[in-house]
Design a protein around this ligand. Sequence first.
Ligand code: GDP
Ligand code: MG
Length: 177
Amino acid sequence: EESAVGSEEYLFKIVLIGDSAVGKSNLLSRFARNEFDTNTKATIGVEFQTQLVEIDGKQVKAQIWDTAGQERFRAVTSAYYRGAVGALLVYDITRRTTFDSVTRWLDELTTHCDSTMARMLVGNKCDLEDIRDVSVEEGKGLAEAQGLFFMETSALDATNVHAAFEVVIREIYNNIS
Ligand code: GDP
Ligand code: MG
């Protein structure tokens, strides 16, 4: 019945992963509330935020999960990944170590999630071009090799933030329809 459906026709769980301080929490606050915070602070309390997106005239509720400062290897629990149909795997273009960690995070996704999951590699902090440590080509190359979507973003100046989430949401939608 129409009335039992509610206003959202779809609910997609999407997880944010990647090393500490790459900008995961700020990407989420930029996307969900159009806010940016210059302080690094541990994510406390709220496990996820939701955002309504319209795809092909359908209401999609994106439920986006943020690690509560559990980025240490294997500290992110399986509950975090459970039921996720999309992932944004974030690194910081100014810190190569965070890019080197990408394969480890991919292994985590393989362990915990379905292979059909929509996955995007995100090189964040592209506003910091003058201290860039990972080239666009390297990001693209890794993404192609691993079958991931790829975008560089800035949570600070909002470059590509909506676009990145929307590509993942649309891909999930395409997978199920
Ligand atoms: P998380 O640990 O991955 O959740 O990272 P945070 O979102 O807490 O961000 C870590 C630090 O990087 C904070 O000081 C943010 O202000 C900063 N930051 C996050 N995104 C960007 C960005 O796109 N550009 C710049 N310049 N700084 C950012
Ligand atoms: Mg955080």
